[in-house]
Write a protein that binds this ligand. Structure first.
Ligand code: ZN
Length: 317
């Protein structure tokens, strides 16, 4: 059985790279692939809400960029005949088997947003995606503010890797050398944080290619889907538009606390233990750690903000 990784999709045409020979082929997905029967806990069934979840159901399945597929040569063309189970997947951008997400945030202009960072961390946690924090434009911030920013970000270090770069002068770029190997990395983050300048520092063609995709999508030139993985550092990088607007995909405000990893080690000692929401409950260890400064104040503020957003949203339904 020949296996390949899907590396590009434009319209219905796929490019896939054989895992052994490294040859790249173009072809379509075999028609019957489009509908498959899946079990409740199949990786293909993740985006179905609990209320509509049945034990077994038919879903329409198209291979995505990032998928590992079986392919064959039949009737004069290459055909994807099967999609192997996915480790994870996103809808926007439309990619499967993502290993990590590089969260690009600028130190300044626009100012570093801890609220947006925390929001991304919750959303990625929910999607079981590994975040890596990348701070750009460190040359544009004054020294004292950079020290302050780093102090706050040090708080995140036990949970997430953090890198600092000045993309224009390529300062710090080499510290990221090893993170891409054997992995699919997608880029996300703050608007205007300098994603393309960063890609340009990695390899100029990367910035150009992703800019072309984004511009053609922006002009509506491609009405069809276009996703593409670019080879870099022994792995793949993907920067597709669509991940700039992020939103919580769940409505249950009580779930938010599960993705604040820094709260977790204290919540056992809350009077109400796991059921404590760390808001109005008495004898809450999380709240007392916020007061003592062991939990970063902005983390707790983000938490209250997200709970509020989800509660308000629920009332509208
Ligand atoms: Zn608590």
């Amino acid at each position: 059985m020949k296996k390949a990784r899907v590396v590009k999709l434009i319209g219905g045409l796929y490019s896939f790279k054989d895992l052994k020979t490294k040859e790249v082929f173009e072809g379509y997905a075999r028609g019957k692939l489009r509908k498959i029967r899946v079990e409740k806990d199949s990786s293909f069934n993740k985006n179905v809400t609990m209320s509509t979840k049945k034990d077994v159901k038919d879903i329409v399945l198209s291979p995505k960029v990032g998928d590992i597929v079986h392919y064959e040569f039949e009737s004069d063309q290459y055909m994807i005949t099967e999609v192997l189970p996915r480790q994870n997947e996103l809808i926007r951008p439309d990619i499967a088997n993502i290993d990590q997400v590089l969260l690009v945030f600028s130190a300044v202009s626009p100012d570093f947003s801890f609220n947006l960072l925390d929001k991304f961390l919750v959303i990625l946690g929910y999607n079981v995606l590994k975040p890596i924090i990348l701070v750009t434009k460190i040359d544009l911030i004054d020294e004292e503010s950079l020290i302050k920013l780093k102090e706050s970000l040090n708080y995140y270090k036990p949970f997430y890797d953090i890198y600092y770069v000045n993309s224009k002068a390529r300062v710090g770029i080499d510290t990221l050398d090893d993170i891409f190997e054997g992995k699919i990395t997608i880029l996300a983050g703050q608007t205007g944080a300098g994603k393309s300048t960063f890609l340009n520092a990695l390899r100029p063609e990367l910035a150009l290619k992703t800019q072309e995709i984004s511009e053609s999508l922006g002009r509506g030139k491609h009405t069809t889907r276009h996703s593409e993985l670019f080879e870099y550092g022994g792995g793949y990088i993907c920067d597709t538009p669509g991940f700039s607007k992020v939103d919580f995909e769940f409505h249950d405000a009580t779930m938010i606390k599960n993705y604040f990893l820094d709260f977790k080690k204290y919540s056992d000692d809350c009077k109400f233990g796991y059921s404590c929401q760390h808001i109005s409950e008495p004898d809450c260890m999380v709240k007392s750690k916020v007061a003592s400064g062991d939990i970063l104040k902005s983390r707790y503020e983000s938490y209250l903000n997200f709970v509020d957003i989800l509660k308000t949203r629920k009332e509208k339904f």
